[in-house]
Design a protein around this ligand. Structure first.
Ligand SMILES: [Zn+2]
Ligand SMILES: [Zn+2]
Length: 278
């Protein structure tokens, strides 16, 4: 049932937010204040869950402090904004702890021949991986990335699928590979179908727009169209690492989603995801 009670099609919430507990610039309270100034009804925090292979992940010993701080803010700002406790869980890391409002499942690393390569750390690292692990074939790397995303979807019980198509981060100029090439599009669209059929919420993530890497969200238009055809469910997020960008490009990506065939999207109100009309 679509909630028709709101005429505002642009979400006033974001549940993918990072703070100084991991690699964000602002404290959680600064993020809450930014959300209030934007008139948000909900903000959710999703620190990088502990992962010993990832330098930006939150250390395991910080988990208690993180939880305590978000719950403190929830109490302090009760009645003004809903504050949710979540986690961004990398698919290779230990299971997320209990007691969260939601989890986002993300693929930041891919395993190949016993080695891990980082999907989003630097362009140089991606070029190294193409050359050294995939014999110079970028489409083989992309195929492996999408296969990994599908494996993560199959194994997760998280509520939300994070930034599928992250492999495009450094390819805005299409000089690493051509995302219109069937060797790319085939695995990408299969992944889009798989994600849609999983029934989980799929992020339309504007984080790379905020950071100046991309003009399109993850996933981009081609995958979004296929997700819409397969009746997949989307949620807009800014993967916010800086409170200035909490609602980055939400208007533009809402229009893009409409153009790709979506009639509705989902957002969190309190601790529950609710469908609304676009
Ligand atoms: Zn991520
Ligand atoms: Zn993130």
């Amino acid at each position: 049932m679509i909630d028709m009670s709101t005429s505002e099609a642009i979400t006033r919430s974001n549940i993918h937010s990072h703070t100084t507990f991991s690699d964000g610039r602002n404290t959680a309270e600064e993020m809450v204040q930014a959300a209030l100034s934007l008139g948000f009804h909900t903000i959710g925090f999703s620190e990088h869950g502990p992962a010993d292979y990832d330098d930006v992940a939150m250390p395991a010993e910080q988990m208690g402090n993180y939880r305590a701080e978000i719950l403190r803010l929830r109490e302090k700002y009760a009645g003004r904004i809903h504050i949710l406790l979540g986690l961004e869980h990398d698919w290779l890391s230990p299971a997320a702890p209990d007691g969260l409002d939601y989890a986002i499942e993300s693929v930041h690393y891919v395993q190949k021949d016993g080695q891990l390569w980082s999907v989003d750390w630097t362009r140089e690292k991606q070029e190294d991986a193409i050359r050294e692990l995939y014999g110079g074939d970028p489409y083989a790397l992309c195929r492996d990335y999408f296969r990994t995303v599908c494996a993560s979807i199959e194994s997760t019980n998280a509520d939300i699928l994070g930034h599928i198509e992250l492999v495009m981060k450094f390819n805005e100029a299409r000089d690493l590979f051509d995302d219109a090439d069937p060797w790319y599009l085939g695995p990408a669209l299969e992944c889009a179908e798989f994600a849609a059929h999983s029934g989980r919420l799929i992020e339309v993530n504007t984080g790379a727009i905020a950071k100046g890497y991309r003009t399109q969200p993850y996933p981009g238009a081609a995958m979004l169209r296929r997700i819409a055809e397969c009746s997949g469910r989307i949620i807009f997020t800014s993967d916010c690492h800086n409170s200035d960008y909490l609602n980055c490009a939400f208007g533009e990506v809402t229009q893009l989603a409409r153009a790709c065939g979506f009639k509705s999207a989902w957002e969190y109100r309190r601790s529950e995801a609710v469908e609304y009309k676009l």
